[in-house]
Design a binder for this molecule. Sequence first.
Ligand code: FAD
Ligand code: SF4
Ligand code: SF4
Length: 478
Amino acid sequence: MPERMLKFVHLSQQMPDKRDISARRRDFEEIYARFDQKAAAAQASRCSQCGVPFCSVHCPLHNNIPDWLKLTAEGRIEEAYALSSATNNFPEICGRICPQDRLCEGNCVIEKGFESVTIGAIERHITDTAFAEGWVTPRRPARERGISVGIIGAGPAGLAAAEELRARGYTVHVYDRHDRVGGLMIYGIPNFKLEKEIVLRRWRLLEAAGIQFHTNIAIGRDLAFADLRARHAAILIATGVYQPREIGGPGAGLPGIVPALDYLITANRKGLGDAVPDFDSGTLNAAGKRVVVIGGGDTAMDCVRTAVRQGARSVQCLYRRDRANMPGSLREVKNAEEEGVEFLWLSAPEAFLGDDTVSGVRATRMRLGLPDASGRQSVEPIADSHFTVPADLVIKALGFDPEPIPAAFGEPGLEVTRHGTLRIQPRDFMTSLPGVFAAGDIVRGASLVVWAIRDGRDAASRMHAWLEAQAPAREAAE
Ligand code: FAD
Ligand code: SF4
Ligand code: SF4
């Protein structure tokens, strides 16, 4: 058993300090302070170096957590960074926004009665230090292969795949319909969880590695998918899921009822310094308004906390299940409550009130019923339990479905599942079209950044294997 570890017995768990609530409510800066090396080393030394580390088993990237914790405890941060970045393309991002309570930290078996090691905050500390010290460099290949691959979508799945393929010597082109790279990391997730400069810094590094980005190009609209296939030896589709789930009921079409992602993209663009008429006109700005957000996932939490920061008069969140059964991270609920958000649990909207614009939500109280086939408790309305919540802005955050990719790409041969996600061969990540691969949310459905990174890495290695296998045919054709 290594020395200097096992300090959990007399050293309690300490998260990085959170900023003062009244300051947090007024700006969009990240809410957690950073560990200094002394605090990071002390917290890392609480790890008991398990023989079977369940933290790693439950990290989608199977990060080598105990080893980099030990190196951190010993002050060997450059080595810790080398180890942590070997399995994760964006460890500073995962350290900030993974729901650690459900993944690595939630499975830390330090010892019953002791709180988990603060794995995410230490992962972030290692990589933030590496950037500050200049240890993070572009991964340029040792030799060029002269084989071109095209990636559609510059979210975490597309970017992780791009970095891995570039490091193997491919000429990599990434296409995105947005003007900036990062996918939901740039335009979905708010700055107070993930500062935009952290994503932009990765974009610069990937460019410096030689990856060629083509922004403001929507495949299927500005460039035909068939043309893209003709340009590249292989294609990866990593376009995410963006079709918002709709809400029905009387008044659902009233002005003032807006989709969550429109609202968050506008807020993020404003923070990035862009001109955003919908914000300036007030359409997608919560300032001075009574805001009601409908939903219980991470997107809903991001909306309520953004509304607080924009100076809403009140912010309420309507969710049809209870706190224990919500899909979002409980850590984010706690942060939202601290910042003044009111949660109306077991409440579902049934109609929207108002003449020219929304003025309220009529809701019904719900109760939890028996578990369904998935094991999740069903919900049912309680008779005669209606109530009205006044609202000037209602934000719908009910989740996302895939856009119809085969139609958008003019490629009916691209098979989808019954959920509309792209069908792939699980072992080789290839779609029904030869040489066309897919990864991330467009395959999994709405998921997490860390899973998108994992899929991007796996897809890159399968694309490489497939391209290697095609080499004789390619050479014969030349
Ligand atoms: P995306 O990140 O969606 O990227 C897809 C990219 O493809 C986009 O840039 C899009 O512009 C581009 N694209 C789409 N169609 C085309 C086309 N036809 N042509 C060209 N480009 C196209 N996960 C966490 O782990 N932690 C969190 O805290 C968290 N918070 C979230 C908050 C919000 C509001 C949302 C919506 C999601 C959140 N997630 C979070 C989930 C996470 O962001 C996603 O699971 C992840 O980004 C998926 O990665 P991806 O690469 O598959 O897709
Ligand atoms: Fe935990 Fe996410 Fe880091 Fe894995 S990538 S160790 S789940 S914070
Ligand atoms: Fe350390 Fe906890 Fe992982 Fe065990 S499960 S190796 S104690 S971080």
